[in-house]
Ligand binder design. Sequence first.
Ligand code: 5AD
Ligand code: SF4
Length: 459
Amino acid sequence: MKAHMITYGCQMNEYDSHLVQSQLVSLGADMVDSVDQADFVLINTCAVRGKPVDKVRSVLGQLRKEKATRRLVIGMMGCLAQLEEGQQIARKFEVDILLGPGSLLDIGAALESSERFWGLNFKDELHDHIPPPPVGKLQAHLTIMRGCDHHCTYCIVPTTRGPQVSRHPDQILRELDTLLEAGVKEVTLLGQNVNAYGFDTGAKLAGYPSFAELLRMVGASGIPRIKFTTSHPMNFTEDVAAAMGQTPAVCEFVHLPVQSGSDRVLRRMAREYSREKYLTHIAQIRTHMPDAVLATDIIVGFPGETEEDFQDTLSLYDEVGYDSAYMFIYSPRPGTPSYRHFQDLPRELKTERLQRLIVKQKEWSARRNARFQGTVQEVLLRGDAYSAGHLEGHTRGNHPVVVPKAHGAESAGLYRARITATTPHMFYGELIGADGQALSVLPNFEPEAAGLSSPLAML
Ligand code: 5AD
Ligand code: SF4
């Protein structure tokens, strides 16, 4: 069997795709890079907003045409596969295999019988499964929990991924060992709400550490860099901020989705915190980790959001001074409480607010990134950049960075770089040695030939 996977959505989906792909390989499949070469195409789907669902529809449309001309098995997994909406789409586009987020290990059985597997029974089997480490990669994901116990009114995730189930710390540490052995330098701990780790349905699980304790345990493993995502402000406690500050491997990066700066909107979203409470968490992070790079998620145009509510979001942005933000237009998702109970705002109003928010985000990202100009940063370079003679990677604060290749730094690895130019989106730097001096750039690097008269020209 020649199999090809297409992945949409979040880092959880990337992890799940890796897991299923390793199952397929162990079943004897060859993974191929394109649909043309494949006799089995599996799409890992996202259902969090309307757009990713539209994308799946359009890819399935093309695959159905292809299937009419030759033998092709089509599979659909991930959040959309779990929903009634996804099952209708699957019927329409003649999808052969459906695999819900809790049934990933059933891929073999599904292929054999062309039956459909869905359900949310994560528990032991999936959590005890240790996928092989990614080949030749310095960066890896590690799932520490699945599902979510919150019920934000706009969010489909509790429906698609079910209630929260934390993974046993022994399994997490076992998987971490395999990553360390494979040479991984940066691990991102994944969960819908990692701060609630060890507290499934609100109660502390016997034998499980809290998330703060887990951070310290993972930090003691010797892995150079730890990141984590995502945090719900409701479950964010000061001991997490303290563990971050006291664990050198934990990167100076926090993604704390706020969604809105208006208390009225936060209540309608059922976010279970106020603007003031959120700001205390930010203050705690800044106390324990003064250099932290702060990122957030914001939804604009939630039903009933007034201009005044939106102004509260803009003023919160200024008060926090975020380094970056993922900004979304509210997307009504069938099956969510806000879809059932609230009237969607006009499209133009939502778009206009998003544009105003993007202006603010760019101003802040430019300002926050400029503070790194001239500083020395640890950079994890993953390989060749688009421009010849360069490597690309990212900092501990998650800024994309590009550097010219230098003697002693010709390929992927963990290095130090002086940041020589910044934009709202990325950094440009030069690699430096242990003595603090710039490493000499490889002779085959010719800025003129690469069309780069100055570092900024490539940003
Ligand atoms: N509409 C728009 N954005 C949404 N998100 C989740 N559900 C919706 C929705 N219905 C955003 C939130 C969340 C991120 C993963 O996606 O900001 O943090
Ligand atoms: Fe959705 Fe809220 Fe759970 Fe995040 S924490 S997945 S926004 S319900």
